[in-house]
Design a protein around this ligand. Structure first.
Ligand code: KIV
Ligand code: ZN
Length: 389
């Protein structure tokens, strides 16, 4: 079994992220992102769904041929032709994984698959065995596990682990669960599935209620050791768990987790920027970790605190996630200390305190009219102050 202190990061930006309407990527774009994910040191890169289209099969093949340090995974329905297609696309990978899935919730089995529970178990087992012809590294997902019946889920998981699945992934496909409930589900599965210790438990949460990250973290606290996530939380509908939030929550709150990831977190911001520029999906300014304001301080009280000791208002270091530094934004809420500090950085010093006070008064007037005061504004303002004197 894997090292229990290692939280495996399975990035699905190139598969579930790409399923976000408007986010489809070309083969070369996928390879560029995959290389960035490799530099970030993610453990598993889900490169696509080879049976979805010949173009995606080609893209998965290109990623498999170009990535050496991460496991490269392809998704396949629990169908022979999908599994064969994934197996072929991954043939050049240094470490290939096939991820196969079938739905297990009553609504999906009855209305979508039109299959009985017995048929679903049989097909899941068959799929895992077929995938094992291509690689020892097989992952199985009971789709819509978040709305499946516990006894049936236990039955399916026991059967697929016995058939050779090394990772069992529990998806909250429609983002329906809340953290206590989802954590309890993982705890119950780990306790009740008789061969649970022969597989890594993974989670895959969607963000329909804005709970994907919280649900994933609750699951990690109950023993899940793989989290499936995407850069910037890209993904179907409201998206998937955001990789940057999962990784930094676990790293920052090591007092609460008995595991950690092996990622090079300084690559988070470059990776986030790359995904945003390729997909054209802008990053909201207040997005945790990677938003432009994530390490920016505007209010005087906060700026004064940070200038005295960064940890007064910062729980992570901007540099640790790939920003060059934190950012003091000068605006109407800013105080004299931040104003003086920025002027000093610009090489501007006043001989007398009342000159600084006059400049600060002009700055406040300007700040009432403008969202953010830039260095050029400060230069102009100081020149004006000197002219007035
Ligand atoms: O959300 C989901 O259920 C999926 C599966 C294919 C794992 O993306
Ligand atoms: Zn999904």
């Amino acid at each position: 079994m894997s090292d229990k202190s290692h939280l495996i990061i399975f990035d699905t930006t190139l598969r579930d992220g790409e399923q976000s309407p408007g986010a489809s990527m070309t083969r070369d774009e996928k390879v560029r992102i995959a290389r960035a994910l490799e530099r970030l040191k993610v453990d598993v890169i889900e490169a696509g769904f080879p049976a979805a289209s010949p173009g995606d099969a080609e893209a998965v093949k290109a990623v498999a041929d170009n990535v050496r340090d991460s496991i490269v995974c392809g998704l396949a329905r629990a169908l022979d032709q999908d599994i064969d297609c994934a197996g072929q696309a991954l043939s050049g990978a240094a470490a290939p994984r096939i991820h196969t899935f079938i739905a297990t919730s009553p609504i999906h089995m009855e209305k979508k698959l039109r299959m009985t529970p017995d048929q679903v178990v049989e097909q899941a087992v068959r799929a895992v065995k077929r995938a094992r012809r291509y690689t020892d590294d097989v992952e199985f997902s009971p789709e819509d596990a978040g709305r499946s019946e516990l006894d049936f889920l236990c039955r399916v998981l026991e059967a697929v682990i016995a058939a050779g699945a090394r990772t069992v992934n529990i998806p909250d496909t429609v983002g329906y669960n809340i953290p206590d409930q989802f954590g309890a589900l993982i705890a119950a599965l780990r306790e009740r599935v008789p061969n649970a210790d022969q597989a890594v438990f993974s989670v895959h949460c969607h963000n329909d209620l804005g709970l994907a990250v919280a649900n994933s973290l609750a699951a990690v606290r109950q023993g899940a050791r793989q989290v499936e996530c995407t850069i910037n939380g890209l993904g179907e509908r409201a998206g998937n768990s955001a990789l940057e939030e999962i990784v930094m929550a676990v790293r920052t709150r090591q007092d609460l987790f008995d595991c950690d990831t092996r990622l090079d977190t300084t690559q988070i911001v470059p990776c986030s920027r790359l995904v945003s520029s390729i997909t054209g999906f802008a990053i909201q300014p207040n997005k945790a970790v990677v938003g432009a304001n994530a390490f920016a301080h505007e209010s005087g009280i906060h700026q004064d605190g940070v200038l005295k000791h960064r940890e007064t208002y910062e729980i992570m270091r901007a540099e640790d996630v790939g920003w060059t530094q934190n950012r003091m934004v000068l605006g109407k809420h800013s105080g004299r200390n931040a104003f003086r500090a920025r002027l000093q950085e610009l090489g501007i010093r006043f001989a007398a305190e009342d000159e600084l006070n006059a400049a600060f008064a002009r700055f406040k007037d300007l700040a009432d009219k403008k969202h953010e005061i830039f260095d050029e504004d400060l230069q102009a303002l100081v020149t004006d102050t000197n002219l007035d004197a």
